[in-house]
Design a protein around this ligand. Sequence first.
Ligand code: NAP
Length: 457
Amino acid sequence: MITSFNPATDEVLAQFEPHQDSQIEQRLAAAQRAQKAWAALGVEARRPHLLKLAQTLRANKERYARIITLEMGKPLAEAVGEVEKCAWNFEYYAEQGPAFLADYPMVSAATDSRLVYDPLGLVLAVMPWNYPFWQVMRAAAPILISGNAIVLKHASNVPQCALAMEELFREAGVPEGLFTALLVGGSEVDRLIADDRIAAVTFTGSTPVGRSIASAAGRALKKQVLELGGSDPFVVLADADVEAAAAVAVKARFSNTGQSCISAKRFIVEHAVADRFRDAFVEGTRKLVTGDPLQAASTMGSMARRQLREELHVQVQATIAQGAKLLMGGRAIEGPGAFYEPTILDQVSPQMTAAREETFGPAAAILRVGSAEEAIAVANDTPFGLGASLWSRDLDRARRLSRLVDAGAVFINGMVASDPRLPFGGTKQSGYGRELAHLGLHEFTNIKTVWTGPVRT
Ligand code: NAP
C-alpha cells in the first residue's frame, strides 16, 4: 500500500493500491498516443493549455496548498507560495516557449543551416516530496511546451499531491495522457527507465538514488538530468552587511523546515564579524514559531517523516560530540508529529558531521574562517556543488570570488532560490544538467541540425 500520512499529527490520511502491471501498461500506451498528437500540434497551439494550467492552479491555490501541507508538513503560507510559483512557471514557458523553440540559424558553408528543437517523447520524472508541486511542475512546463509528455513517479509519501496534479491537468482541459501519475515504489523505476516508450528521465532527489538512476539510464542509453543533494555554503565576508545577511540566513536555512536542496547549510563567516552574525542569526531564529502548519501563526512546520528527524538528530548530536557548540535547539519536540527545534551550532569545523554531510532539516552550522580565501576553500570542501550565497559590499570582488566557488549558482547578497528565468542545477555530486530557463527546456529536446544545400537547376 502507498500511504498518505500527516507528519504533523501522525494520522493516516489515505491509502492507495499501487498500480498493477496492467494499469502501468495501459497508462504508458495512452501517454504515448497523447504525446504523438501533442507533438504534432506545434508550440503555438500548446501555449493556451499551459496558460489554462496556470489559471487553474491560481484559482485553486488554497485547495492544493492544503494537500501539500497535510502530506509533508510545511506551513500553509509556504504551500500557497509554492502553488503560485508553479502557475508562474507555466505562464513563463507559455510566454517564452515559442522563442526558445524557434529555429536557431547557424553560419556554415550550406545555403542554410539551422538548429531545430524536436520533442523526445515520454519523459519519466522521478520526484521528491519536499516541494511536492513545484519540483514536478518545474520539470513539467518546459517538457510539455516542447511537445513531450510527462510520466510522474512521485515520492511515496505524497500520493495525494501526485493525484491532485493529475486532476489539475484534467480540470484545465489538457489532453488526457500528457501528464500521467504512476503510483509505484522506487523499485519499479529501473523497469520504467528500460521501457522503450520512455525516452528520457529527469530525477530530483538524493545523491545515492541519483547514482542508481544514472546507471539504469546509462544501461538504457537514455538522456537524464539529475538534481541531487546539496550542502550549500552561505559565506559572510568581513565587509558584508551582517544584519541583512543574518536576516536572510534565517529564511535560507529554516524555510520549508530546512528541507530544501538549496537551503543554506554551512554558514561560513569571517572572524571579524562572526560574533555579530551569530547574535543576529540566533535572535532572528528565536522568532520562528514552530507548530501546526495549518495555523497562520506557525512559521515552521513539522519535518516530513519521523525517520528524517532521527537522522538529523544523529547528525546534530555527532557534531556536538565532535566539539561544536550548541547555541539553540538540538532536540525533537515531544508529542505527535515530526517537529524539531530550530537548531544552530557554532564553532563547527570542516571535518565535523554537519559540515561533511547534507543536513536535511532545521539545523544550521556556523564555521568561522580567517579570510575570504579560506572561506572559499571551506565552501568548496564538500562533495556537493549546488548553490552558494556570498555576502560582501565589494561587488567586483564578490563576483571575482564567485568564479572560484564550485556550485551551479552563486547568489551575491541574496539567498539561493530557483526562478523560472534562471537555469538551475548543480555540479560535483549535486548532479548534472539544468532545469528552467532556455537551457532547461533544451535538455529534453532533440537538437537537430538541418543542413540545406543549393538547389541545382
Ligand atoms: P530520495 O529518497 O532520493 O527519493 C526521491 C525519489 O526517488 C522518490 O520518488 C523515491 O520514491 C525515488 N526512489 C527511492 N529509491 C529509489 C530507487 N532505488 N530507485 C529509483 N527511485 C527511487 O530523496 P528524498 O528523500 O525524497 O528527497 C530528499 C533529497 O532530494 C535530498 O538529498 C535533497 O537534497 C534532494 N533534492 C534535490 C533537489 C535539487 O533540485 N537538486 C531538490 C529537492 C530535493 P519513494 O518515495 O517511493 O522511495
